[in-house]
Structure formats: C-alpha cells, structure tokens
Design a protein around this ligand. Sequence first.
Ligand code: NAP
Length: 323
Amino acid sequence: MQYRRLGSSGLQLSALSFGAWVTFGGQIPRGTARDLIAAAWDHGVNFFDNAETYGNGAAERLMGDVIADLRLPRDGYCVSSKVYFGAVDEPRPTQRGLSRKHVTDACHDALKRLRVDYLDLYYCHRPDPDTPVEETVWAMDALIRQGKVLYWGTSEWSATQIREAHKVARHHHLHAPTMEQPQYNLLHRERVELEYAPLYAEYGMGITIWSPLASGLLTGKYNAGFPEQARLGRQDNGWLRKLVIGEPEQHRVERARRFTALAAEFDVAPAPLAIAWCLRNPHVSSVILGASRVEQLLQNLQAIDLLERLDETCWHKVRVVAA
Ligand SMILES: NC(=O)c1ccc[n+]([C@@H]2O[C@H](COP(=O)([O-])OP(=O)(O)OC[C@H]3O[C@@H](n4cnc5c(N)ncnc54)[C@H](OP(=O)(O)O)[C@@H]3O)[C@@H](O)[C@H]2O)c1
C-alpha cells in the first residue's frame, strides 16, 4: 500500500480506501462485509468511508459492528461520516441539512453507530442553501474543539463555496475544511482537474475521490447489457443507472467499451487500470473503492502495482481513449 497526506495536513491515508455506499446495510450480508473490511485492512487500507444516509444509518452500524468484531486498533485506522441528507426517510427540517443542530446531532449518531469516540473525517455531504456557511463552519469548529471530529471537509461543493468556507474560517480563526470528496473517474474529470485546480495550492486541500469505476461501468460489465445482479442492473437502482449512464445511453457505454478494449491490449484488467489512472493525479489523497465481493476488492487493490508497470505512452492512450 502507498500512503498519502490528506492535502497539507499531517494525516496519512492509504492511497486506496474503502467505502460503504450501496453495499453495506443493503446489498451484502454481514459475513461479506466483515470479509471485505478484513481483506482491506490486511492489504494496508487505513480509511473506511461512510455517511449518515447510507442505508439510513445501517451502513455505519454494520461497519462499526465488523470493525469492533475484527478488533482493529483505533489508532491504526480512520473512519468518516458525512452529514446533510439525514438518516430517516422523509426527514423533518431539523433532521437534515447543515444547521448547527443537525451537524451536531448527526455527529453524535454516527459516533454511536460506528462505535467510536471521534470521527477522523467528517464531511458536509452537499452544500446547504438553507444554512449560512458561517453557521456550518462554526459548528464543525466546535466539534473539532470538543474532540469529536479531527478533520472536516466538504463533498461536491463548488470552488466558490469552498472559498467562502475558508474565508469565514480565516476571519474568525476557526478550523477550515481540510478535504473535499468529489466524484472522479475517467468519465468525470472536469471538477477535479479544472474547477478545483487553484484550490490545492491555495488551501492545501486534499481530495478523497468517489466512484473511481463510475459505479462499475469502467470494469466493462455493462458493455453488453445490464446484468440483473450488478449494481446498475438491479431493479431498485434504476435512478442510479440513469444518473451514471446519462443520455444518450450509448455514449458513455461506448467510452467504457473503448477503454476496456485498450485494457485488453495492455493485458491488464480494466478495473485496476481505471483506479490507477485516478491515483496518477497527485492531488488525490485517497481513491475510495467500492466492492460487493472480496474478489473485486482484491483485483482493485492491484491498481498500486500498475502505477509502476505502465509507461507514459500507455497513460496517454488511456486518457485519450475514454474522452
Ligand atoms: N461523497 C459522495 O457523494 C459519494 C457518492 C458515492 C460514493 N461515495 C463513496 O465512494 C465509495 C466508492 O464509490 P463507488 O462504490 O461508486 O465506487 P465504484 O468503484 O465506482 O463502484 C463500485 C461498484 O462497482 C462494482 N465493482 C467494483 N469492483 C469491481 C470489479 N473489479 N469487477 C466488477 N465489478 C466491480 C461493484 O458493484 P456490483 O458488484 O454491485 O456491480 C461495486 O460495488 C462509496 O462506497 C462511498 O464511500 C461518496
């Protein structure tokens, strides 16, 4: 495993981390969840990502349960939560968003579900148009001063919104956001590569990126249709399929087909190749992996070896072929 600093902070995260979205508290049984966390840990993963909204808290409960069961040393791993969407169906106004109340309640609930005394990373899962950014920055700063959170950050905030949070923090001498959690993969590059470009040096911002495989599309598993047991083929995930594949449907699938053909030319599996491509961006502190089976995770962890194996010409081809 490789370890990278979270932006300019002193926290060293594994370059490949592991997240719970869709899988934990829904798709997979407890035994698989336990095997996945154990395999990740055995391969040097030290960051496990979660959110209040994943399975309405069930993902955090399951992750907390298996981490406790595996007796991972608390000083050896980092765990995150994210606040915004709430953890109940049809949340009331105080059960969602980034008000001081919900940010505080959600933190306390995540601590209980994950069975920890503090969250290593705590993200604002989306910007909240109904809460002044000052209120959220003060709330995050208070949680840090209380020892309940170590680093706070944002997820899918615009560069302008991130700047605003830094301005408030600087003005009042509060803890500023350390990291952002954006989507980043071969099919979705603009925000990380263009919009955020000035922020890395300006604020020492780190990024922990999500959906490196575009929900599996870059593995080639959807090249010839949508298998029922795979994420984008499952009946209850129709909304997600629309979101990931977009319109017109053929275009993104065609890009994935071209990419997987190139991977075959290099004689490597497409999944670790797509993940390694994300890792080549020096601003990426950690690539958050998702997996529904241990075999997938083990294959994806091979991304680290590919960094050395392929030369610049190959990486250029990868970039061009998926464009
Ligand atoms: N901040 C945010 O807004 C946000 C949003 C989304 C995710 N996240 C975080 O980022 C993490 C990763 O995102 P993601 O799950 O979308 O990542 P991803 O790598 O794009 O997709 C993971 C899914 O692809 C399939 N897959 C993975 N490896 C495979 C392989 N080698 N071969 C075939 N299929 C494979 C599996 O689904 P199936 O087996 O079911 O097909 C797996 O669950 C999440 O767990 C979450 O922690 C954050």
